[in-house]
Design a protein around this ligand. Structure first.
Ligand code: ZN
Length: 426
Protein backbone atom coordinates (compact mmCIF):
# COMPACT_ATOMS: atom_id res chain seq x y z
CA UNK A 1 0.00 0.00 0.00
CA UNK A 2 2.82 2.42 0.81
CA UNK A 3 4.09 1.99 -2.77
CA UNK A 4 0.67 3.20 -4.02
CA UNK A 5 0.79 6.21 -1.70
CA UNK A 6 4.30 7.11 -2.85
CA UNK A 7 3.27 6.64 -6.49
CA UNK A 8 0.43 9.18 -6.34
CA UNK A 9 2.45 11.66 -4.26
CA UNK A 10 5.07 11.41 -7.04
CA UNK A 11 2.49 11.95 -9.79
CA UNK A 12 1.31 15.18 -8.13
CA UNK A 13 4.90 16.45 -8.03
CA UNK A 14 5.57 15.43 -11.64
CA UNK A 15 2.44 17.27 -12.74
CA UNK A 16 3.95 20.40 -11.16
CA UNK A 17 1.04 20.69 -8.70
CA UNK A 18 3.01 20.15 -5.48
CA UNK A 19 6.63 20.19 -4.33
CA UNK A 20 8.33 16.78 -4.40
CA UNK A 21 7.81 14.97 -1.09
CA UNK A 22 5.15 17.43 0.11
CA UNK A 23 1.80 15.66 -0.45
CA UNK A 24 0.80 13.49 2.52
CA UNK A 25 -1.22 10.42 1.58
CA UNK A 26 -2.73 8.11 4.13
CA UNK A 27 -4.45 4.76 3.68
CA UNK A 28 -6.49 2.82 6.20
CA UNK A 29 -6.36 -0.90 5.62
CA UNK A 30 -5.65 -3.37 8.41
CA UNK A 31 -3.59 -0.50 9.78
CA UNK A 32 -2.95 3.15 8.98
CA UNK A 33 -0.05 3.83 6.61
CA UNK A 34 1.44 7.08 5.30
CA UNK A 35 3.33 8.06 2.15
CA UNK A 36 6.19 9.38 4.30
CA UNK A 37 7.15 9.57 7.96
CA UNK A 38 7.66 12.59 10.22
CA UNK A 39 5.00 14.85 8.73
CA UNK A 40 3.48 17.17 11.35
CA UNK A 41 0.10 16.75 9.62
CA UNK A 42 -0.07 13.04 10.45
CA UNK A 43 -2.18 13.42 13.63
CA UNK A 44 -4.67 15.58 11.71
CA UNK A 45 -4.78 13.09 8.83
CA UNK A 46 -5.34 10.24 11.27
CA UNK A 47 -8.26 12.01 12.98
CA UNK A 48 -9.90 12.83 9.66
CA UNK A 49 -9.54 9.40 8.07
CA UNK A 50 -10.84 7.63 11.19
CA UNK A 51 -13.78 10.02 11.58
CA UNK A 52 -14.78 9.56 7.92
CA UNK A 53 -14.15 5.83 7.86
CA UNK A 54 -12.41 6.50 4.53
CA UNK A 55 -9.94 4.19 2.79
CA UNK A 56 -7.59 6.98 1.74
CA UNK A 57 -6.87 10.61 2.51
CA UNK A 58 -4.66 13.20 0.81
CA UNK A 59 -3.40 16.54 2.11
CA UNK A 60 -1.41 18.64 -0.34
CA UNK A 61 -0.27 22.22 -0.77
CA UNK A 62 -0.41 23.32 -4.41
CA UNK A 63 2.47 25.36 -5.80
CA UNK A 64 2.89 27.71 -8.75
CA UNK A 65 -0.13 29.31 -10.43
CA UNK A 66 -2.55 26.85 -8.77
CA UNK A 67 -1.52 28.09 -5.30
CA UNK A 68 -2.12 31.72 -6.25
CA UNK A 69 -5.41 30.91 -8.01
CA UNK A 70 -6.78 28.74 -5.22
CA UNK A 71 -5.76 31.19 -2.48
CA UNK A 72 -7.37 34.11 -4.31
CA UNK A 73 -10.61 32.20 -4.96
CA UNK A 74 -10.85 30.93 -1.37
CA UNK A 75 -10.26 34.41 0.08
CA UNK A 76 -12.84 35.91 -2.27
CA UNK A 77 -15.38 33.27 -1.23
CA UNK A 78 -14.82 34.09 2.45
CA UNK A 79 -15.02 37.86 1.80
CA UNK A 80 -18.30 37.37 -0.03
CA UNK A 81 -19.72 35.21 2.77
CA UNK A 82 -19.74 31.96 0.80
CA UNK A 83 -18.45 28.65 2.18
CA UNK A 84 -17.35 27.30 -1.19
CA UNK A 85 -15.71 28.14 -4.51
CA UNK A 86 -17.93 27.60 -7.54
CA UNK A 87 -15.96 26.96 -10.74
CA UNK A 88 -17.96 26.66 -13.98
CA UNK A 89 -15.95 24.03 -15.84
CA UNK A 90 -17.15 20.56 -16.80
CA UNK A 91 -15.01 18.62 -14.32
CA UNK A 92 -16.55 20.59 -11.47
CA UNK A 93 -20.09 20.23 -12.81
CA UNK A 94 -19.92 16.49 -13.35
CA UNK A 95 -17.48 15.40 -10.68
CA UNK A 96 -16.87 17.87 -7.84
CA UNK A 97 -20.05 20.06 -7.78
CA UNK A 98 -18.40 22.78 -5.65
CA UNK A 99 -15.25 23.21 -3.60
CA UNK A 100 -15.93 23.79 0.12
CA UNK A 101 -13.58 26.26 1.82
CA UNK A 102 -12.44 25.32 5.34
CA UNK A 103 -10.89 28.09 7.44
CA UNK A 104 -7.76 26.93 9.25
CA UNK A 105 -5.82 23.67 9.17
CA UNK A 106 -7.85 21.80 11.78
CA UNK A 107 -9.53 18.41 11.69
CA UNK A 108 -13.17 19.21 12.48
CA UNK A 109 -13.70 21.60 9.57
CA UNK A 110 -12.05 19.18 7.14
CA UNK A 111 -14.19 16.30 8.43
CA UNK A 112 -17.41 18.25 7.95
CA UNK A 113 -16.41 19.38 4.42
CA UNK A 114 -15.34 15.88 3.35
CA UNK A 115 -18.59 14.40 4.60
CA UNK A 116 -20.24 16.56 1.94
CA UNK A 117 -17.74 16.53 -0.94
CA UNK A 118 -14.82 14.47 -2.32
CA UNK A 119 -12.38 17.31 -1.67
CA UNK A 120 -12.06 20.72 0.00
CA UNK A 121 -9.80 23.77 0.08
CA UNK A 122 -8.18 24.65 3.41
CA UNK A 123 -7.53 28.38 3.79
CA UNK A 124 -4.64 28.74 6.22
CA UNK A 125 -4.04 32.43 7.02
CA UNK A 126 -1.11 31.85 9.37
CA UNK A 127 2.10 33.38 7.97
CA UNK A 128 1.52 35.01 4.60
CA UNK A 129 -1.51 32.84 3.88
CA UNK A 130 -1.74 29.69 1.79
CA UNK A 131 -4.27 27.27 0.35
CA UNK A 132 -4.15 23.51 0.86
CA UNK A 133 -6.25 20.71 -0.59
CA UNK A 134 -7.75 17.75 1.23
CA UNK A 135 -9.46 14.78 -0.41
CA UNK A 136 -10.86 11.50 0.82
CA UNK A 137 -11.50 8.28 -1.08
CA UNK A 138 -13.64 5.38 0.02
CA UNK A 139 -11.37 2.80 -1.58
CA UNK A 140 -8.12 3.83 -3.19
CA UNK A 141 -5.46 6.55 -3.01
CA UNK A 142 -6.00 7.04 -6.76
CA UNK A 143 -9.43 8.58 -6.01
CA UNK A 144 -7.81 11.28 -3.87
CA UNK A 145 -5.23 11.96 -6.58
CA UNK A 146 -8.00 12.42 -9.19
CA UNK A 147 -9.92 14.74 -6.86
CA UNK A 148 -7.04 17.08 -6.03
CA UNK A 149 -5.84 17.18 -9.66
CA UNK A 150 -9.34 18.11 -10.66
CA UNK A 151 -9.59 20.75 -7.92
CA UNK A 152 -6.31 22.34 -9.04
CA UNK A 153 -7.51 22.34 -12.66
CA UNK A 154 -10.91 23.79 -11.71
CA UNK A 155 -9.35 26.60 -9.64
CA UNK A 156 -6.84 27.47 -12.35
CA UNK A 157 -9.61 27.70 -14.95
CA UNK A 158 -11.96 29.59 -12.61
CA UNK A 159 -9.31 32.15 -11.65
CA UNK A 160 -8.40 33.10 -15.23
CA UNK A 161 -12.03 32.85 -16.41
CA UNK A 162 -13.30 35.13 -13.63
CA UNK A 163 -10.55 37.66 -14.32
CA UNK A 164 -11.53 37.96 -17.97
CA UNK A 165 -15.23 38.20 -17.04
CA UNK A 166 -14.46 40.96 -14.53
CA UNK A 167 -12.39 42.75 -17.19
CA UNK A 168 -15.37 42.57 -19.57
CA UNK A 169 -17.70 43.86 -16.85
CA UNK A 170 -15.25 46.63 -15.94
CA UNK A 171 -15.11 45.64 -12.27
CA UNK A 172 -11.38 44.92 -11.85
CA UNK A 173 -9.60 46.76 -9.03
CA UNK A 174 -5.88 47.53 -8.85
CA UNK A 175 -5.60 44.80 -6.18
CA UNK A 176 -7.17 42.25 -8.52
CA UNK A 177 -4.76 43.25 -11.30
CA UNK A 178 -1.78 42.90 -8.95
CA UNK A 179 -2.99 39.46 -7.84
CA UNK A 180 -3.42 38.49 -11.50
CA UNK A 181 0.14 39.61 -12.32
CA UNK A 182 1.52 37.35 -9.54
CA UNK A 183 -0.39 34.28 -10.73
CA UNK A 184 0.61 35.02 -14.32
CA UNK A 185 4.29 35.21 -13.32
CA UNK A 186 3.98 31.82 -11.59
CA UNK A 187 2.35 30.46 -14.75
CA UNK A 188 5.20 31.72 -16.97
CA UNK A 189 7.70 29.94 -14.67
CA UNK A 190 5.66 26.73 -14.86
CA UNK A 191 5.37 26.90 -18.66
CA UNK A 192 9.12 27.33 -19.07
CA UNK A 193 9.59 23.88 -17.50
CA UNK A 194 7.23 22.13 -19.97
CA UNK A 195 8.47 20.74 -23.31
CA UNK A 196 8.50 23.44 -26.03
CA UNK A 197 8.77 21.29 -29.15
CA UNK A 198 6.63 18.44 -30.47
CA UNK A 199 7.37 14.86 -29.33
CA UNK A 200 8.54 12.17 -31.74
CA UNK A 201 5.48 9.95 -32.08
CA UNK A 202 5.15 6.68 -34.03
CA UNK A 203 4.38 7.33 -37.72
CA UNK A 204 1.39 5.58 -39.32
CA UNK A 205 -0.23 3.78 -40.96
CA UNK A 206 0.02 1.21 -38.17
CA UNK A 207 0.64 -2.37 -39.25
CA UNK A 208 -1.67 -4.01 -36.72
CA UNK A 209 -3.71 -3.48 -33.56
CA UNK A 210 -0.69 -4.00 -31.31
CA UNK A 211 1.24 -1.22 -33.02
CA UNK A 212 -1.84 1.03 -32.88
CA UNK A 213 -2.07 0.33 -29.12
CA UNK A 214 1.61 1.21 -28.70
CA UNK A 215 1.05 4.48 -30.57
CA UNK A 216 -1.98 5.28 -28.41
CA UNK A 217 -0.02 4.59 -25.22
CA UNK A 218 2.80 6.83 -26.42
CA UNK A 219 0.45 9.65 -27.47
CA UNK A 220 -1.47 9.45 -24.17
CA UNK A 221 1.75 9.77 -22.21
CA UNK A 222 2.77 12.81 -24.27
CA UNK A 223 -0.59 14.53 -23.58
CA UNK A 224 0.12 14.23 -19.83
CA UNK A 225 3.80 15.21 -20.10
CA UNK A 226 2.93 18.35 -22.03
CA UNK A 227 0.40 19.39 -19.39
CA UNK A 228 -2.56 19.09 -21.78
CA UNK A 229 -4.79 17.10 -19.41
CA UNK A 230 -5.16 16.61 -15.66
CA UNK A 231 -5.47 13.40 -13.61
CA UNK A 232 -7.33 10.57 -15.37
CA UNK A 233 -9.43 12.68 -17.72
CA UNK A 234 -9.16 12.75 -21.50
CA UNK A 235 -9.12 9.80 -23.85
CA UNK A 236 -7.54 8.52 -27.02
CA UNK A 237 -8.77 6.30 -29.84
CA UNK A 238 -7.66 4.85 -33.15
CA UNK A 239 -9.42 3.25 -36.12
CA UNK A 240 -7.42 0.22 -37.23
CA UNK A 241 -7.88 -2.40 -39.96
CA UNK A 242 -7.23 -5.98 -38.77
CA UNK A 243 -7.71 -9.43 -40.36
CA UNK A 244 -10.88 -9.77 -38.24
CA UNK A 245 -12.33 -6.49 -39.51
CA UNK A 246 -11.99 -2.85 -38.68
CA UNK A 247 -11.58 -1.95 -34.99
CA UNK A 248 -12.14 1.19 -32.96
CA UNK A 249 -9.51 0.99 -30.21
CA UNK A 250 -10.34 3.29 -27.30
CA UNK A 251 -8.93 3.97 -23.83
CA UNK A 252 -11.10 2.77 -20.95
CA UNK A 253 -13.04 5.32 -18.96
CA UNK A 254 -11.19 6.47 -15.85
CA UNK A 255 -7.84 5.24 -17.14
CA UNK A 256 -4.84 7.55 -16.80
CA UNK A 257 -3.56 8.71 -20.17
CA UNK A 258 0.03 8.15 -19.03
CA UNK A 259 -0.71 4.51 -18.11
CA UNK A 260 -2.67 3.09 -21.06
CA UNK A 261 -0.88 -0.25 -21.48
CA UNK A 262 -3.49 -2.97 -20.91
CA UNK A 263 -6.47 -0.60 -20.66
CA UNK A 264 -7.32 -0.08 -24.35
CA UNK A 265 -10.52 -1.82 -25.46
CA UNK A 266 -11.28 -3.11 -28.98
CA UNK A 267 -14.72 -2.31 -30.42
CA UNK A 268 -15.75 -3.35 -33.92
CA UNK A 269 -16.38 -0.45 -36.28
CA UNK A 270 -19.41 -2.29 -37.74
CA UNK A 271 -20.98 -2.20 -34.26
CA UNK A 272 -21.38 -6.01 -34.15
CA UNK A 273 -19.48 -6.42 -30.89
CA UNK A 274 -18.49 -3.78 -28.47
CA UNK A 275 -17.18 -3.46 -24.99
CA UNK A 276 -17.12 0.26 -25.79
CA UNK A 277 -20.04 1.33 -23.68
CA UNK A 278 -18.11 0.22 -20.61
CA UNK A 279 -14.86 1.34 -22.24
CA UNK A 280 -15.32 5.07 -22.51
CA UNK A 281 -18.05 7.54 -21.65
CA UNK A 282 -17.17 9.29 -24.88
CA UNK A 283 -17.16 6.16 -27.09
CA UNK A 284 -20.25 7.14 -29.05
CA UNK A 285 -18.79 10.56 -29.86
CA UNK A 286 -15.58 8.96 -31.17
CA UNK A 287 -17.56 6.42 -33.20
CA UNK A 288 -19.65 9.15 -34.82
CA UNK A 289 -16.55 11.17 -35.73
CA UNK A 290 -15.00 8.13 -37.45
CA UNK A 291 -18.28 7.29 -39.19
CA UNK A 292 -18.60 10.82 -40.54
CA UNK A 293 -15.17 11.53 -41.97
CA UNK A 294 -11.65 10.48 -42.80
CA UNK A 295 -10.10 10.55 -39.33
CA UNK A 296 -7.98 7.58 -38.19
CA UNK A 297 -7.10 8.87 -34.72
CA UNK A 298 -8.68 11.07 -32.03
CA UNK A 299 -6.97 12.72 -29.07
CA UNK A 300 -8.95 14.35 -26.28
CA UNK A 301 -7.34 16.45 -23.56
CA UNK A 302 -8.39 19.23 -21.19
CA UNK A 303 -5.86 21.97 -22.09
CA UNK A 304 -6.44 24.79 -19.63
CA UNK A 305 -6.54 27.85 -21.89
CA UNK A 306 -8.59 26.11 -24.57
CA UNK A 307 -11.15 25.50 -21.81
CA UNK A 308 -10.90 29.07 -20.48
CA UNK A 309 -11.24 30.69 -23.93
CA UNK A 310 -14.22 28.43 -24.73
CA UNK A 311 -16.02 29.98 -21.72
CA UNK A 312 -15.31 33.59 -22.73
CA UNK A 313 -18.15 35.41 -24.44
CA UNK A 314 -18.83 39.10 -24.98
CA UNK A 315 -22.63 38.72 -24.98
CA UNK A 316 -23.01 39.80 -21.36
CA UNK A 317 -26.82 40.07 -21.66
CA UNK A 318 -27.40 36.83 -23.63
CA UNK A 319 -30.80 35.27 -22.79
CA UNK A 320 -29.12 31.83 -22.78
CA UNK A 321 -26.74 32.64 -19.92
CA UNK A 322 -26.39 29.71 -17.55
CA UNK A 323 -27.10 27.18 -20.31
CA UNK A 324 -23.95 27.88 -22.36
CA UNK A 325 -22.36 24.50 -21.56
CA UNK A 326 -25.21 22.53 -23.04
CA UNK A 327 -27.36 24.70 -25.27
CA UNK A 328 -25.37 27.64 -26.66
CA UNK A 329 -26.85 28.21 -30.11
CA UNK A 330 -24.32 30.74 -31.40
CA UNK A 331 -21.74 29.55 -33.92
CA UNK A 332 -18.44 30.11 -32.11
CA UNK A 333 -14.81 29.38 -32.88
CA UNK A 334 -11.25 30.34 -32.01
CA UNK A 335 -9.62 31.63 -35.17
CA UNK A 336 -6.02 32.46 -35.92
CA UNK A 337 -6.04 34.16 -39.31
CA UNK A 338 -2.22 34.06 -39.39
CA UNK A 339 -2.13 30.29 -39.88
CA UNK A 340 -5.70 29.62 -41.01
CA UNK A 341 -6.57 27.94 -37.72
CA UNK A 342 -10.30 27.72 -37.13
CA UNK A 343 -11.44 25.58 -34.23
CA UNK A 344 -15.19 25.47 -33.53
CA UNK A 345 -16.47 25.72 -29.95
CA UNK A 346 -19.56 23.61 -29.33
CA UNK A 347 -21.71 22.98 -26.26
CA UNK A 348 -22.20 19.42 -25.02
CA UNK A 349 -22.51 17.47 -21.79
CA UNK A 350 -20.53 14.36 -20.96
CA UNK A 351 -22.42 11.24 -22.03
CA UNK A 352 -25.23 10.51 -24.43
CA UNK A 353 -28.17 12.56 -23.11
CA UNK A 354 -30.15 14.96 -25.31
CA UNK A 355 -27.47 17.63 -24.80
CA UNK A 356 -24.65 15.07 -24.98
CA UNK A 357 -21.44 15.88 -26.79
CA UNK A 358 -22.02 12.72 -28.85
CA UNK A 359 -24.57 14.89 -30.70
CA UNK A 360 -22.73 18.21 -30.79
CA UNK A 361 -19.10 17.22 -31.34
CA UNK A 362 -19.17 14.97 -34.46
CA UNK A 363 -20.78 17.57 -36.78
CA UNK A 364 -18.03 20.00 -35.79
CA UNK A 365 -15.30 17.49 -36.62
CA UNK A 366 -16.71 16.08 -39.84
CA UNK A 367 -18.39 17.37 -42.95
CA UNK A 368 -21.57 15.58 -41.95
CA UNK A 369 -24.13 18.02 -40.60
CA UNK A 370 -22.56 21.05 -42.19
CA UNK A 371 -19.17 20.86 -40.41
CA UNK A 372 -18.11 24.24 -39.12
CA UNK A 373 -14.54 25.45 -39.30
CA UNK A 374 -11.68 23.03 -39.75
CA UNK A 375 -8.66 23.40 -41.99
CA UNK A 376 -8.55 22.00 -45.51
CA UNK A 377 -8.88 18.26 -46.15
CA UNK A 378 -5.64 16.38 -45.55
CA UNK A 379 -4.71 18.17 -42.34
CA UNK A 380 -5.89 17.65 -38.79
CA UNK A 381 -8.93 19.31 -37.33
CA UNK A 382 -10.15 19.89 -33.82
CA UNK A 383 -13.12 21.18 -31.82
CA UNK A 384 -13.47 22.53 -28.29
CA UNK A 385 -16.38 21.45 -26.11
CA UNK A 386 -17.46 24.43 -23.96
CA UNK A 387 -15.82 24.45 -20.53
CA UNK A 388 -14.62 20.89 -21.04
CA UNK A 389 -11.75 20.21 -23.42
CA UNK A 390 -10.33 19.85 -26.89
CA UNK A 391 -10.79 16.96 -29.35
CA UNK A 392 -8.39 16.68 -32.28
CA UNK A 393 -8.24 14.23 -35.17
CA UNK A 394 -5.41 12.74 -37.21
CA UNK A 395 -5.45 11.43 -40.77
CA UNK A 396 -3.05 8.55 -40.24
CA UNK A 397 -1.41 8.63 -36.80
CA UNK A 398 -1.15 10.81 -33.68
CA UNK A 399 1.46 13.25 -34.97
CA UNK A 400 -1.01 15.68 -36.52
CA UNK A 401 -3.63 15.14 -33.78
CA UNK A 402 -1.03 15.95 -31.13
CA UNK A 403 0.33 18.95 -33.03
CA UNK A 404 -3.19 20.41 -33.23
CA UNK A 405 -3.75 19.83 -29.49
CA UNK A 406 -0.45 21.53 -28.70
CA UNK A 407 -0.85 24.43 -31.12
CA UNK A 408 -4.45 25.20 -30.27
CA UNK A 409 -3.59 25.41 -26.57
CA UNK A 410 -0.65 27.70 -27.28
CA UNK A 411 -2.81 29.90 -29.49
CA UNK A 412 -5.62 30.00 -26.88
CA UNK A 413 -3.13 31.06 -24.20
CA UNK A 414 -1.84 33.93 -26.33
CA UNK A 415 -5.41 34.83 -27.31
CA UNK A 416 -6.51 34.88 -23.66
CA UNK A 417 -3.80 37.34 -22.62
CA UNK A 418 -4.44 39.43 -25.73
CA UNK A 419 -8.12 39.75 -24.77
CA UNK A 420 -7.27 40.62 -21.16
CA UNK A 421 -4.80 43.30 -22.31
CA UNK A 422 -7.28 44.74 -24.82
CA UNK A 423 -9.82 45.12 -21.98
CA UNK A 424 -7.27 46.82 -19.75
CA UNK A 425 -7.23 43.87 -17.36
CA UNK A 426 -3.50 43.22 -17.20
ZN1 ZN B 1 -13.08 15.12 -21.36
Amino acid sequence: MIAQLVKYAGKLARAGLCAPGEPLLAALDAELSFSHADDPRQPLAERVILALGAGALLLAEPIGPCQGAMLALARRAVEEGRDCVLPGDCETRTFLHDLPVVRGLEAEGVIQALKRRKGCIILDETGGGRALMAAAGSVSPEQTFVTVSSMAFACFVAFFDQHLRAARAGTLTQARKAEFACVRAALEAELSRLPQTLPKLLPGPFTDADQARAAMTQAGRAVVEYGLVDSSFGNVSCRQQTPEGELLLISQTGSSLDELAGVIDPCRMDGSSCVGLTASSEYSAHKAVYDGGGARTILHGHPRFAVIVSMDCDKLDCPGLGECHRACAAPRAVCDPACGLSIPIVPGEVGTGPFGLCNTLPPALTDVGGGRGGPAAGSAVGAIVYGHGLFTTGKQDFRDAFATLFEVERFCRDEYFRRVAALGGA
